[in-house]
Design a protein around this ligand. Structure first.
Ligand SMILES: O=C(O)[C@@H](CO)OP(=O)(O)O
Length: 229
């Protein structure tokens, strides 16, 4: 049996302020730091250790991972960062307050933008300062890889190739893997691992900072999953 640990970063400043975040590189809030420390404590209590870590290019996930690895005395393990694990790109909504946006466009529309797998939030334009093409960390992406907006299906389409090409080989070699990522990049992965329907993934919410363990068969079929306490 193989085990994989997924963790959504601790609360971010934008989570706290109730803003659409996406690829905005906001820091952890004070509460987010506490959550990451708590996650480390839980992993320690259950004697978890890791051979390799994967995370996104966004500091809230990277810092969550580092807090955990430091507390496990594991800062030495190889760690791979990829934009493929970034949060879903929220387009022109990035930075806006979710409650104010619901007042403007209606709660139903905002719910669809947030959770309906095929509903795309409004796109931003390439001359917008939030366009990722303006950010050094994305300089090696092709123009058609730089999103203007993403729905969950788009996020799935970029998370899964990374899962198959980079993470699966590590798990197959029996390496103990931790992935520190985001609400929607993890929903994308979980939709695949749990074979969830669109309706099921729409209802799926992942809490910040709580280690989620997947037990997998040798062929990587899921046996069960559970949150560690
Ligand atoms: O703002 C975001 O990028 C995400 C995660 O915080 O929010 P949502 O809950 O709407 O997917």
């Amino acid at each position: 049996m193989k085990k994989l640990v997924l963790i959504r970063h601790g609360q971010s400043v934008y989570n706290q302020e109730n803003r659409f975040t996406g690829w905005t590189d906001v820091d952890l809030s004070e509460q987010g730091h506490i959550e990451a420390k708590k996650a480390a404590e839980i992993l320690k209590k259950h004697d978890y250790n890791f051979d390799i870590a994967f995370t996104s290019l966004l500091k809230r996930a990277i810092k969550t991972l580092h807090i955990i690895l430091e507390d496990l005395d594991h800062l030495w393990i190889p760690e791979y960062k990829s934009w493929h694990l970034n949060e879903r790109f929220y387009g022109a909504l990035q930075g806006l307050n979710k409650a104010e946006t619901a007042e403007k466009y209606g709660a139903e529309q905002v719910y669809k933008w947030r959770r309906a797998p095929d509903e795309e939030p409004p796109k931003l334009t390439r001359d917008d300062e939030r366009f990722p093409g303006n950010d050094l960390r994305y300089q090696n992406l092709k123009l058609d890889e730089l999103p203007l907006s993403e729905n969950l299906s788009d996020t799935i389409a970029r998370v899964l190739p990374f899962w198959n090409e980079s993470i699966v080989p590590a798990i197959s070699k029996n390496e103990k893997v931790i992935i520190s990522a985001h609400g929607n990049s993890l929903r994308a992965l979980i939709k695949y691992l749990d074979n969830l329907s669109n309706e099921e993934v729409t209802a799926l919410e992942i809490p910040t900072g709580i280690p989620l363990v997947y037990e997998l068969e040798d062929d990587l079929k899921k046996i069960r999953h559970y949150y560690l306490e």
